[in-house]
Design a protein around this ligand. Structure first.
Ligand SMILES: Cc1ncc(COP(=O)(O)O)c(C=O)c1O
Length: 328
C-alpha cells in the first residue's frame, strides 16, 4: 500500500462539512492590480462544526473512532480566545464526552467570542497564569480523570501533531481535485496562516507525496519567527509522513515562511491586516479574523502587489476561519 493509499484509508471521524467551497475572487483580484494572478478562496472557515475553521479537519483524524475506545473526556489547551479549544469543545459535545480546557489568562468577567463559545459548548475551564503551565496542567487533569475512573484523551495545542497534520494532507487532496476542474496553470501558490504549523505541514506533506513541482506554499506567521515556522513545519510534515510510511523527501523548496506580517505580536492589530479585512469584506463578502486569517491575507495582498507572483500563475488563499475573534 502506498503512503497516499494509507492517507486515503486512514480511520477518521466525520465532523466537517466537506468539501469546503473553492470560490474565485474576481473583485479582489481586480483591486490588486492589472497584473494580479487568478485568485481563489478555499473556504475552510466553513468546515461547519462549532463555527468551523481549520481545526475541524485535524480533529477528524485525532478523534478517529479507534482512538476513543474507553475515552470519557477530551483535554486540551490554548489561549483564552482559542479557536482550537472552541472546536474541540464542540466535538466533545457532539460525541457526548466531557471536555476540559486549560486556558492561560484570567477568567473573563463577561466572556465573548471564543471564550463565550467554550462555555456554551459545555467545556470545563481550568485557567493557568502562563503558557508554560498548560502542558503540565493537562497531564494533571488527565490523572485526576483517571483517578476518578474515567479516561482522558489529551490533545496537543492546535491539534498539531503528526496525526492532526494528516487532516491537512487530506485537505490538499480535496483542493487538488477542485483545482483539476480549472484550466491548467504553470504554478499554483497557496497562502495560509501558520502558528502551530499543522495546517501548512499537512499541505506540504501531500505536495511531497504527490511530488508536485508546480506548487508553492506560503505560510504566513501569526506569531512565530520564519526560522521556527519552517523548522516546525518540516518536523510535522516528516512526523505525518512517518505515520504513512512515506519514504520520500519532504519538498522543502515548496515552502516559504513569511514572518513580516505579525506586527507587534500575536493578536496585535496591524494596518495591513485591517486593510485586508476591509478588502475581503467589501469586495467578496468574506469575513477574516484579526489574529490569523487577516494577517495571512495581508501577506498574500502584499506579495501580489509587489509582483512576487507572476500574472499567469494561480493563487489560492486558504481561509482557516477564526470569525469569533472579530466579534470580541
Ligand atoms: C483561525 C486559525 N487560523 C490559522 C491557525 C493556524 O493554524 P496552525 O496552528 O495549524 O498553524 C489557527 C490556529 O492556531 C487558527 O485558529
Amino acid at each position: 500500500m502506498s503512503a497516499l493509499d494509507r492517507l486515503q484509508a486512514w480511520p477518521r471521524r466525520t465532523l466537517a462539512h466537506l468539501p469546503t467551497p473553492l470560490v474565485s475572487a474576481p473583485n479582489l483580484r481586480r483591486a490588486l492590480g492589472a497584473d494580479a494572478p487568478e485568485l481563489h478562496l478555499k473556504l475552510d472557515a466553513e468546515t461547519g462544526l462549532g463555527l468551523g475553521g481549520n481545526k475541524v479537519r485535524k480533529l477528524e483524524f485525532v478523534l478517529a473512532p479507534d482512538r476513543l475506545d474507553g475515552v470519557t473526556a477530551l483535554v486540551t489547551a490554548g489561549g483564552p480566545q482559542s479557536n482550537h479549544c472552541r472546536v474541540t469543545a464542540a466535538a466533545a459535545a457532539r460525541l457526548g464526552l466531557r471536555c476540559v480546557l486549560v486556558l492561560n489568562g484570567p477568567e473573563p468577567d463577561e466572556p465573548r467570542g471564543n471564550a463565550l463559545l467554550h462555555r456554551l459548548f459545555g467545556a470545563e475551564i481550568r485557567t493557568v497564569a502562563r503558557r508554560e503551565e498548560r502542558a503540565p496542567t493537562m497531564e494533571t487533569v488527565a490523572r485526576e480523570i483517571a483517578d476518578a475512573g474515567g479516561r482522558a484523551l489529551v490533545i496537543p495545542v492546535g491539534a498539531s501533531d503528526g496525526l492532526g497534520t494528516l487532516g491537512y494532507a487530506a485537505a490538499f487532496l480535496e483542493l487538488d481535485a477542485q483545482l483539476a476542474s480549472l484550466p491548467p496553470r504553470e504554478v499554483t501558490w497557496i497562502f495560509t496562516s501558520a502558528s502551530s504549523c499543522g495546517t501548512v505541514a499537512g499541505l506540504l506533506l501531500s505536495v511531497s507525496l504527490l511530488d508536485r513541482a508546480n506548487l508553492r506554499l506560503v505560510g504566513v506567521s501569526a506569531d512565530l519567527m520564519a526560522f521556527d515556522l519552517r523548522r516546525t513545519t518540516l518536523e510535522l510534515a516528516r512526523e505525518g509522513g512517518n505515520l504513512l510510511g512515506f519514504g520520500g523527501e519532504i519538498r522543502q523548496g515548496a515552502l516559504a515562511a513569511a514572518d513580516e506580517y505579525v506586527g507587534r505580536g500575536y493578536g496585535m492589530p496591524t494596518p495591513a491586516a485591517e486593510e485586508a479585512t476591509r478588502l475581503f469584506g467589501s469586495l467578496e463578502g468574506v469575513v477574516l479574523d484579526p489574529v490569523y486569517s487577516a494577517k495571512a491575507a495581508a501577506g498574500m495582498v502584499d506579495w501580489i502587489r509587489r509582483g512576487s507572483v507572476p500574472p499567469d500563475h494561480r493563487v489560492v488563499f486558504l481561509h482557516t476561519g477564526g470569525h469569533p475573534a472579530l466579534l470580541v
